[in-house]
Design a binder for this molecule. Structure first.
Ligand code: AMP
Length: 425
C-alpha cells in the first residue's frame, strides 16, 4: 500500500510536489485542463493545512535546452485565472531565484517552478540536480502526484524521493489502486483496445497485454505495424520511428498467439453458436488517404483488408488513418462480450473530422458497456482528449491521465517512481 500524506506530515511545511503539467498549449494557452484538475484535491489539502506548495513538472521534450514554447508560465497563469489558486511562477527550477521566491511564499500559497527538462540533468537522474531541487526550494517533504511520469527514473521522480520524507499523492494512489485491481482481479473476458501513434512504446505493451487479456483489438497507428506483420499491404502508413523493428515485434507477437483462440458466443434469433477469435484482432477495413490533413471526403478511400492485394510498385500514395465501419461493428460486437475493458490511444487521426469516427464510436461503445456493469478503464493524454471532445468523461469506471506509465504498469513492470515511494515508506 502506498502511503499518502496525513495532516501532520504536511502542516506548516514546505512541500515539493511533482505534478504532470505536460499539457497541450495552443497559442500560449493551456488547451486541456485535465491534468491540472487531477492535482486539485492534493493542492487543496496542502493549502488547508498551511503548507507552502512548490510544484515541479516537465512540459514537452526540450531535451535540456531552454525553449520558450515549453515554458510552464502559461500553466501558472491558468491555475490562477481558471482555478483561482494563489500561484506565483519562477522561470527556473533551481538556484537563487527559487530560494528567494520560496522565502516570499506565504503558507497556503503556490509556487510553480519552470520546466525541469530545461536541465539535461533531470532526465539522467543526476544526483546533484536532485539535491539542488531540494535545497534551493527548502523542501521538507516530497509528494509524487505524477503517476503519468512515474515510469521515468528522472531526478524529480526518483532522485528527490530518496532525499526527503516521501509520499504518494492522492491521485497517484488512486491510479495505482485502479490499475492494480485490473492486473490482479480483472473479470474475464478482459478486452484491451489499443491505438495511437507511440508505436515504438506500444508494440511491447501489446505483447504484455496479450498475455493478460482475452482479446487485444488494435487500431490507429499501431494497427499498421500489425497489418504489415500479418502480410497486408499498408502503403505509406505510419508505423513509428522504428518501423522495421516494430513490424518484427508485431510478427513475433502474432506468432506467439498463433495457436490460441478466444471463443465468443454469437446469438441470433434462430440459434446460438460459438466462433473462435484470435488473441490479437486486426482491422478488417480502414479509411485511407494521402495524409492525415486531407479536407475533402472525396479523397478518403475505404479499403477492405480481407485478403492481401500487394501494391506491386508501392506507388500508391496512401496512409491508413482510421479503422473502417466494418471494424467498428466488429469491435463493438466483441466489446459487448467483455466484463473488463481497457482502452488506450485513439483508433485514428481523430484530430481530423474525417478520421475521428473509429475513436468516437468505440469510446461510445465502451461508455455503453460501463452502464451494463462492465469495468472500463481508459488511459492516456490523447485518450483524454478524445473523451473530452465527445463529452463522455463521466461514463467510465476510471480515467487515467497516464498513457505510457499505465501501459508499463499493466505490463507488470515496476515503475521507478512507485518503487522509490514503496522503499522510502
Ligand atoms: P498516442 O499518444 O500514442 O495515444 O497517439 C495519439 C496520436 O495517434 C493522435 O494524435 C492520432 O492522430 C495518432 N494516430 C491515430 N491513428 C493513427 C494512424 N492510423 N496513423 C497515424 N497517426 C495516428
Amino acid at each position: 500500500m502506498l502511503k499518502t500524506p496525513k495532516i501532520s506530515d504536511v502542516k506548516n511545511k514546505t512541500v515539493l510536489v511533482r505534478v504532470d503539467f505536460n499539457v497541450p498549449l495552443e497559442n500560449g494557452h493551456v488547451a486541456d485542463d485535465q491534468r491540472l484538475i487531477a492535482t486539485l484535491p492534493l493542492i487543496d489539502f496542502l493549502q488547508k493545512h498551511a503548507a507552502k506548495v512548490i510544484l515541479i513538472s516537465h512540459l514537452g521534450r526540450p531535451d535540456g535546452q531552454v525553449m520558450s514554447e515549453f515554458s510552464l508560465g502559461p500553466v501558472a497563469k491558468r491555475l490562477q485565472e481558471k482555478f483561482g489558486l494563489r500561484t506565483s511562477f519562477v522561470n527556473e527550477c533551481i538556484g537563487k531565484s527559487v530560494s528567494e521566491a520560496v522565502e516570499k511564499l506565504e503558507a497556503g500559497e503556490i509556487l510553480l517552478l519552470e520546466n525541469l527538462r530545461f536541465h539535461k540533468e533531470e532526465e539522467v537522474n543526476d544526483a546533484r540536480f536532485a539535491k539542488e531541487l531540494v535545497n534551493d526550494s527548502g523542501a521538507e517533504v516530497y509528494i509524487n502526484e505524477a503517476f503519468s511520469a512515474s515510469h521515468r527514473a528522472h531526478a524529480s521522480v526518483v532522485g528527490v524521493a530518496k532525499l526527503l520524507p516521501s509520499f504518494a499523492g492522492f491521485g497517484l494512489a488512486q491510479e495505482v489502486t485502479a490499475l492494480s485491481n485490473l492486473l490482479e482481479k480483472a473479470k474475464h473476458p478482459f478486452i484491451v483496445v489499443l491505438g495511437g501513434a507511440k508505436i515504438d512504446d506500444k508494440v511491447s505493451a501489446v505483447r504484455n497485454l496479450s498475455k493478460l487479456a482475452d482479446l487485444v483489438l488494435v487500431g490507429g497507428g499501431i494497427a499498421n505495424a500489425f497489418l504489415q506483420a500479418a502480410g497486408f499491404e499498408v502503403h505509406h502508413s505510419f508505423m513509428g520511428q522504428k518501423a522495421e523493428l516494430n513490424v518484427k515485434i508485431a510478427k513475433e507477437i502474432l506468432l506467439e498467439h498463433q495457436t490460441e483462440r478466444t471463443v465468443v458466443d454469437v446469438h441470433d434469433q434462430k440459434q446460438a453458436s460459438k466462433i473462435p477469435v484470435p488473441r490479437v484482432v486486426l482491422p478488417i477495413d480502414v479509411l485511407a488517404a494521402k495524409n492525415g490533413q486531407v479536407k475533402d471526403e472525396k479523397n478518403v478511400l475505404k479499403l477492405q483488408l480481407l485478403r492481401n492485394v500487394k501494391d506491386s510498385d508501392n506507388n500508391l500514395d496512401l496512409q491508413y488513418l482510421d479503422i473502417g465501419p466494418e471494424t467498428i461493428d466488429l469491435y463493438e460486437f466483441l466489446l459487448s462480450k467483455a466484463k473488463t475493458i481497457f482502452f488506450n490511444g485513439p483508433l485514428g487521426v481523430f484530430e481530423n473530422q474525417l478520421f475521428m469516427k473509429g475513436s468516437k464510436e468505440i469510446v461510445k461503445a465502451i461508455a455503453k458497456n460501463t452502464k451494463r456493469g462492465v469495468t472500463t478503464i481508459l488511459g492516456g493524454g490523447e485518450t483524454n482528449a478524445v473523451i473530452n471532445q465527445f463529452n463522455l468523461r463521466d461514463n467510465f469506471t476510471h480515467v487515467s491521465t497516464a498513457g505510457g506509465a499505465a501501459l508499463e504498469f499493466l505490463g507488470g513492470e515496476k515503475l521507478p517512481g512507485i518503487v522509490v515511494l514503496e522503499k522510502t515508506n
